[in-house]
Design a protein around this ligand. Structure first.
Ligand SMILES: *Cc1c(COP(=O)(O)O)cnc(C)c1O
Length: 396
């Protein structure tokens, strides 16, 4: 079984490129170019150098002693939280902006929900002296003031989107509209393993530096290059794709994906797309979608802004469908508990998204000799207000 994308851009029944006529040429040009450019030795060299000197890679693989003791197993944390800008998203942003430059593009557009992908993209555009426009729902602009200010300081133009619910979905539509109008000079940076082919595969490949490093680091730490378990959270699925990538076809490695159950799978306030979704098309890709009987998208909910997406990358839909990955739905409450546990035991304040992966430790039984690698996708600075509120409630 091969779990990678096939020639036509599909993972089993999922994926593909369902784009309007007007976008066809853009997507097709990218499809023809991406593998070729990514495999050029001087592209590779430039990407690797920036990952090392600018992002600070390799990110450490840290054996979490007290956490391991608590769960009676061997837990290693892959520390994407230590990257420049505080999460894994920068790996992909650097890759795509470099690629855009090689394709002769001079203008970068992106959409952002919570602002994390927008900040990563604006950062790389400052570094590479590229024009940068970020579309963001007006509601999110209000909710995520600090990230908007960061993007502006970095020289990006943030465009508030006032259509629909004024959130991520509407910002995405606006970015697509822009791309249609400016196909010649503009490149659209997507922040996760979603969208039409080749985006999911391209983003997975840029993020695959994570599992490439895990292999080397495990070899050095434990004398074999694979763990028994890999655990990561999934929003669109990019940090999980990067964590799993070099182990996808290695069946002895168990893959666990943590999605956001919000207030509970059956509460009506959830973002557990793999548990609740039905097949449909979202943002140019056939995948699982949270939708009503007649195909209207259901607004997702999670305490974590990075996980409340109503779709899921086609790679993960396929892994779940085939039983290659186990998918666990983690509630807000479980994620918050896990964030405080990591902070108390290891002195690491994780992003709320990453806390969903951490909560798996409490729900799954591991053997003493198991080796568990868990990706901490980002740091918790951006979530401090939520943590403080929870902390105060706990103290009462
Ligand atoms: C955006 C984000 C995620 C979710 O995105 P994926 O593409 O599923 O990785 C997870 N963790 C952090 C810290 C994020 O910023």
């Amino acid at each position: 079984m091969d779990y990678n994308v096939n020639e036509e851009g599909f993972y089993g029944r999922f994926g593909g490129a369902y784009v309007p006529e007007i976008l066809y040429a853009n997507v097709e040009n990218l499809r023809k170019a991406y593998r070729k450019i990514m495999e050029e030795p001087d592209f590779r060299a430039e990407f690797d150098k920036l990952l090392r000197d600018y992002v600070g890679r390799p990110s450490p693989l840290y054996r979490a002693g007290r956490l391991s003791e608590k769960y009676g197993t061997n837990i290693f944390l892959k520390r994407e939280d230590l990257n420049h800008t505080g999460a894994h998203k920068i790996n992909n942003a650097i890759g795509q902006v470099l690629l855009a430059r090689r394709m002769g593009k001079t203008r970068i557009i992106a959409e952002t929900g919570a602002g994390q992908h927008g900040v990563a993209t604006a950062t790389v555009c400052a570094l590479m002296n590229m024009e940068c426009v970020v579309y963001m729902g007006e509601t999110d602009v209000r909710r995520q003031k600090l990230n908007v200010q960061k993007m502006e300081m970095l020289g990006a133009k943030v465009v508030p989107v006032t259509t629909g619910n004024k959130t991520l979905k509407d910002a995405t539509n606006e970015a697509i509209r822009d791309w249609c109008c400016n196909p010649r000079d503009t490149y659209y940076v997507i922040g996760s393993t979603v969208g039409p082919h080749p985006y999911p595969d391209m983003v997975a490949r840029f993020q695959s530096v994570i599992s490439q490093e895990i292999k080397k680091q495990l070899q050095h730490e434990i004398g074999r290059d694979y763990p028994d378990y890999l655990i990561a959270c999934v929003g669109g699925g990019s940090n999980a794709a990067g964590t799993f990538f070099h182990y996808l076809n290695e069946e002895r490695v168990h893959l666990i994906a943590a999605e956001a159950a919000g207030k509970g799978i059956d509460s009506g306030e959830s973002a557990a797309t793999i548990h609740l979704g039905r097949e449909g098309i979202i943002h140019g890709s056939r995948t699982l979608v949270m939708q009503t009987e007649d195909g209207q998208i259901i607004e997702p909910y999670s305490i974590s802004a990075g996980l409340d997406y109503p779709g899921i990358g086609p790679l993960h839909a396929n892994l779940a469908k085939l039983g290659r990955a186990q998918v666990m739905a983690i509630t807000d409450e479980e994620a918050l508990q896990a964030a405080f546990e990591l902070t108390e035991l290891e002195g690491i304040i994780p992003a709320l998204e990453s806390a969903h992966a951490l909560a798996v430790l409490n729900k799954k039984q591991f053997k003493k000799e198991d080796v568990v690698v868990l990706t901490v996708s980002g740091r918790g600075d951006k979530d401090m207000e939520t943590y403080i509120r929870f902390f105060q409630k706990r103290e009462e």
